[in-house]
Every structure is written in structure tokens, then in C-alpha cells.
Design a protein around this ligand. Structure first.
Ligand code: PLP
Length: 435
């Protein structure tokens, strides 16, 4: 049953070279394939839902560049918009019509924010949102949840400390302890812990930040009731609620997780899909909160390449497609069908694997638990099974993210044929995994 290993000769050669240039041979750690078997695949090109690596192997892509590619690779509208802009200039450091156009497209289709500021990454968006919350509330502490990732800024590279105390510990060398002391980390889906932080740090908490639907450490789907409780308790304490929608924004719907939960967050951050595959991030809020950003207000935030015209052109082209009626309903239906087929197979085989899904996001969890809603519920040992499945999938032409904690994405470019092929490959890979 075990498929023959794909050739990775050229990728391995390129990786050896890359190790001379970059720490660990990569420009972002998870790409190094440390959590799965083999060397990373060097990608040569992508088209629709397909990827080709340097050895000529072809894959159906379920990583989708970690989320941005909801329309697949090389989408004609995005490609043409980018090409049209290339002839006019790459960057001006001055306002352009394109920024207005993208903002208008977003704001006129999203009732949860009134003003927006474009930046160049999700990290930058979240870092700026935190500063805005601190500037607005004139408080310093922030609360985050164990298992949520918000980019690599100092305040957010903090994990839960040991013991009952909720002070965080840095999760990276180089982050001053003083920063970690301002970040309180609690478990997801735990109302008591939330209540307790507002007792312990009364009138000190600027913001609570949560991923729209936590999707960076498995897919930890929170109950609506809990998210509404989070909204109420933050409001009652004059604390801002930040929805980090870098993954869920324009993924769960044009209005993201805010609409999904029917919640009005105070600040929302975006990234990934918003740039159509180009580096764009953004944060938005009410006009009143946004008036605190410079040059209107005292919270400083700037960027040489912010609102970059090529990136704006890509974002506009992508979001115009997403704004079409029925786009998300169709994608969600496709995802449900795909997941259901695999679910019935695992039930029939009695395998300990669950596939959690929301919108067009899915996550394979090797567990018997019916629900996983906090990081603590994930057994690290279960990742060994993911490693085997990942290798078997690559050998069958299916590209999943190189870590069992990462979610997968379905794009509008995945055809019925792609998904049928993937279902067959996944069934076979699971059979090897549970052999
Ligand atoms: N926030 C969330 C929810 C993310 O998933 C990520 C990246 O995966 C970030 C922030 C950081 O975004 P970027 O990698 O663009 O800096």
C-alpha cells in the first residue's frame, strides 16, 4: 500500500544551498519540514489548485500558501490586474487611486469596520492593532489565548506560564521579560479564566485578542456562546476586543468571523486573502477608534510600502471575485462534501481521526475526542500519525502543510476531479497511517 517515495533530488540540492544563505535554509521556519519527513520541496510554479516542484512532481495544493490563495494559483483576473499595474510603476510612497478602490470595496461590503489602514503583513496589522488599543484605552496589558498565533511581534510571542498564575512567558529568545509581563495568556473556551483576569487585572487590560476562529494550532472552533461572553465581559470592563482575522477574514465570508459569530469586535485585523497573494495586511475599526491613528491621532504607525499599488491591484481583483453572490456558499458546500466523504471512510474503518471544519478550512486531528476547543486538548504524540499521513500524501501527489498543527484550505480552483483524486489519496494514506 505504501506508495513509492517521490524524487526530491533537486529540492534536496537546492535546500543544501539555501542552508548556506538562510538560517535553517528557509525564510520562515515551518517551511523547513522539521515536523514531517524529508527535505522541503522547492516550488517552481502553481496553477489553479496545482503545484509543481523543482523535481517536476505535481501536487494538488491544500496549503494554498497558508491561506491567501482562496482563488488558487495564477488566477487570471489577479494576474491581469498585477500585469496592468506593473507597467505603471511598482511603488510611489504616495497615495493612489488603488488604495481608495480596495478600501471602498472592503468597507462597502463589511459593516463591522468604518475605516481601515493598509500595512504589508498580518504581523504588522496585529502589532499596530495592539498599539492602537493601548493608545485608545491608555492601558498596557493585553490578554491572548494559548494556541492562538498572531504573528511574530514581541508582545505576542508569549505563551502561558506554568502554574495557576496567568502571567505569560516569552516563547522566543530575544523577547524582553518586561513585554511578557504585559501579556496575559489564558486557555481558550474557559469562562472562569476570563472572569479571573478581569478580577486580577481590573482596569489594566487594553485589549483581549483572539483569532476569529483559532486556526494556527489545529482548528479550535469556539462556541458562539463563549465568543458572545467574551464580547460582553470586554465591553463591561472598557477593554477592546480585537478579532485577528488574518486567516478568517474573507475566508469565512466577506465579513469573516465577525459575521460568522454575529459579533461587533472593536478592532479587526486582516492579512493573507486581502492581498490576493501579495503582501498586504490591514486593520480596521470604527471611525472613532481609527481617529487615534497618526496623522489624525497620537498612535504612530507608518510604512514605506504600505498600500503598495501592485499589491492593491491584486487585492482588488481577488476581492471583486469574492464579493460575487454565492461565492462562499459554493466553496463551503464543496468543502463539506469533501470532508464528509473522508469522515464516512474513517467511521467505517473506525480510525481515531476527526476532521474539523469551518467555511473552507479543515483540520485532521488524530483523536477520539468529539470536540477540540483548546490547545491543551491536543496530544503532541498524535502528530506522529500526521507525519506518516503527510509523507504518504506527498507520495500520492497531495500537498498538505508540513505540520499536523496546521489547517488545510480548499480554494475555488479545486475542481471536482482534484477533490476526488485527493479523497482517494487521503483514504490510502490513512490506511498506511493506521496499518
Ligand atoms: N495572525 C494570524 C491569525 C495568522 O494566522 C498569521 C499568520 O499565519 C499572522 C497573524 C501573521 O501574519 P503574517 O505571517 O502575514 O505576518
Amino acid at each position: 500500500m505504501k506508495a513509492q517515495d517521490i524524487s526530491r533530488e533537486k529540492s534536496a540540492e537546492l535546500f543544501e544551498k539555501a542552508k548556506k544563505y538562510f538560517p535553517g535554509g528557509v525564510n520562515s521556519p515551518v517551511r523547513a519540514f522539521k515536523s514531517v519527513y524529508g527535505t522541503p520541496l522547492f516550488i517552481e510554479k502553481g496553477d489553479k489548485a496545482h503545484l509543481w516542484d523543482a523535481d517536476g512532481n505535481e501536487f494538488i495544493d491544500f496549503c494554498c500558501s497558508w491561506g491567501p490563495l482562496i482563488l488558487g494559483h495564477n488566477h487570471p483576473a489577479i494576474r491581469e490586474a498585477v500585469q496592468a499595474q506593473l507597467g505603471k510603476g511598482l511603488s510611489f510612497g504616495a497615495p493612489t487611486l488603488l488604495e481608495n478602490e480596495l478600501a471602498e470595496l472592503i468597507l462597502s461590503n463589511n459593516k463591522y469596520i468604518e475605516k481601515i489602514r493598509f500595512v504589508s503583513s498580518g504581523t504588522e496589522a496585529v502589532m499596530s492593532a495592539i498599539r492602537l488599543a493601548r493608545g485608545y484605552t491608555k492601558r498596557d496589558k493585553i490578554v491572548k489565548f494559548e494556541g492562538c498565533y498572531h504573528g511574530h511581534s514581541d508582545s505576542l510571542l508569549v505563551k502561558a506560564g506554568s502554574g495557576l498564575v496567568t502571567f505569560g512567558e516569552t516563547s522566543s529568545a530575544g523577547v524582553p521579560k518586561a513585554f511578557a509581563d504585559e501579556t496575559i495568556v489564558i486557555s481558550l473556551n474557559d469562562k472562569k479564566a476570563l472572569e479571573q483576569v478581569f478580577v486580577d487585572f481590573k482596569d489594566q487590560i487594553a485589549a483581549v485578542i483572539i483569532e476569529g476562529v483559532p486556526a494556527n494550532n489545529g482548528l479550535l472552533i469556539q462556541d458562539k456562546e463563549y465568543i458572545h461572553f467574551l464580547r460582553e465581559i470586554t465591553k463591561a470592563h472598557g477593554t477592546l476586543l480585537i478579532f485577528d482575522e488574518v486567516i478568517t477574514g474573507f475566508r469565512l465570508g466577506f465579513e469573516g468571523a465577525a459575521k460568522y459569530y454575529d459579533i461587533q469586535p472593536d478592532i479587526i485585523t486582516y492579512g493573507k486573502i486581502i492581498g490576493g497573494g501579495m503582501p498586504v495586511g490591514a486593520y480596521g475599526a470604527s471611525a472613532e477608534i481609527m481617529s487615534n491613528i497618526s496623522p489624525d491621532g497620537a498612535v504612530y504607525q507608518a510604512g514605506t510600502l504600505s498600500g503598495n499599488p501592485v499589491a492593491m491591484a491584486a487585492g482588488i481583483a481577488a476581492l471583486q471575485v469574492l464579493a460575487q453572490p454565492g461565492f462562499y456558499e459554493k466553496l463551503e458546500k464543496t468543502t463539506q462534501q469533501f470532508v464528509e466523504e473522508i469522515r464516512s471512510f474513517v467511521t467505517e474503518k473506525n480510525y481515531e481521526v476527526k476532521i474539523f471544519t469551518v467555511g473552507s478550512i479543515f483540520w485532521f486531528a488524530f483523536t477520539a475526542q468529539e470536540k477540540i476547543q483548546s490547545a491543551e486538548q491536543i496530544d503532541p504524540a498524535s502528530m506522529e500519525k500526521y507525519k506518516v499521513m503527510h509523507r504518504e500524501l506527498l507520495n500520492r501527489g497531495i500537498y498538505f502543510g508540513p505540520s499536523g498543527y496546521e489547517v488545510g484550505f480548499i480554494s475555488a480552483a479545486h475542481t471536482e476531479e482534484d477533490l476526488n483524486k485527493a479523497v482517494t489519496a487521503i483514504k490510502e494514506a490513512l490506511m498506511v497511517t493506521f496499518e
